[in-house]
Design a protein around this ligand. Structure first.
Ligand code: HEC
Length: 251
């Protein structure tokens, strides 16, 4: 190799990959997956997990060991599959870099073990969205600031949860209700929850009871949500929904 090929000391031999002074992932490389959207029943999840479990030590990954930094520290051929998270379209099906950063920031703030069973009803909804609206990456401005995940214990976190859990799939994009699509109808939450106490709201998820004492139908996946959410998360959801400005006509 000739030095003239390189941006500086370090590099990748004659591979054409030049070192430009940034940090390298040294030692064992941890691999994490974020399954964004609906992946239920998709064999890619097990294939890619298998891939991450076995790529370390392979001749293929060994190619990376030809790459090194200015101190001559080389990338290693050791890879560890460190886990995965799922995110059910918390930022819709058209996302850009800022969304990806926020998703990563949020998921990093979450405990390592994820809920094994996604909400059944929601998988069907997400599938419907995937068909109607294939993922598109939107053009957007470069990121100049770190993206900070919303902290639990706030209405902003409740808003995040509402998006992550797909409330809008049935209750409408602005939660002001929608009807017409089979299995995707829900009442206008913006005129309901602002008038509720936290106790009223908790009754929906703890007992399946609406504010007028009515039993909530199973179309509203309250039992699944009860399993997925902690009390604290439900209370954050409440504080977000409780603070919504009523939207009277929505259709
Ligand atoms: C699969 C569709 C669906 C999803 C997803 C969904 N809901 Fe519902 N929701 C409904 C339906 C349908 C009802 C009305 C059920 C009834 O009155 O029997 C309802 C009722 C409710 C009610 C009670 C309203 C009342 O007047 O008693 C609340 C509160 C509510 N949903 C909140 C949420 C929240 C918060 C989320 C997200 C975490 C969510 N829903 C996600 C379909 C859905």
């Amino acid at each position: 190799m000739s030095l003239g090929e390189h941006g500086g000391p370090g590099g990748g031999g004659n591979t054409g990959i030049f070192y430009h002074g940034g940090p390298l992932i040294l030692g064992t490389t941890n691999v994490y997956y974020i399954w964004y959207g609906n992946w239920s029943g998709n064999s890619a999840t097990s294939i890619l997990q298998n891939f991450a479990n076995n790529i370390g030590g392979s001749p293929y990954f060994n190619i990376n060991t030809t790459y090194y930094d200015g101190s001559n520290a080389h990338v290693s051929n050791s890879v560890n599959y460190a886990g995965s998270k799922t995110d059910s379209y918390s930022r819709g099906s058209s996302i850009g870099d800022a969304d990806v950063q926020a998703i990563v920031a949020y998921l990093r703030s979450q405990p390592a073990v994820e809920h094994a069973t996604p909400i059944r009803n929601l998988s069907a909804i997400a599938a419907a969205f995937a068909v109607m609206n294939p993922s598109v990456i939107s053009a957007q401005q470069a990121i100049s600031q770190p993206v900070v995940a919303h902290q639990p214990g706030s209405a902003a976190y409740g808003e995040y949860l509402a998006r992550a859990m797909g409330c809008g799939d049935c209750h409408g994009p602005n939660l002001a209700g929608q009807s017409g699509q089979e299995g995707l109808s829900g009442p206008n939450l913006t005129v309901i929850v602002p008038n509720w106490s936290e106790g009223d709201f908790m009754n929906v998820f703890n007992k399946g009871i609406g504010s007028s004492g009515n039993a909530i139908s199973d179309e509203m996946p309250w039992k699944d949500y009860r399993q997925m959410f902690t009390d604290e998360q439900l209370k954050d959801l409440y504080s977000y929904l409780h603070g919504l400005a009523p939207v009277v006509s929505s259709q």
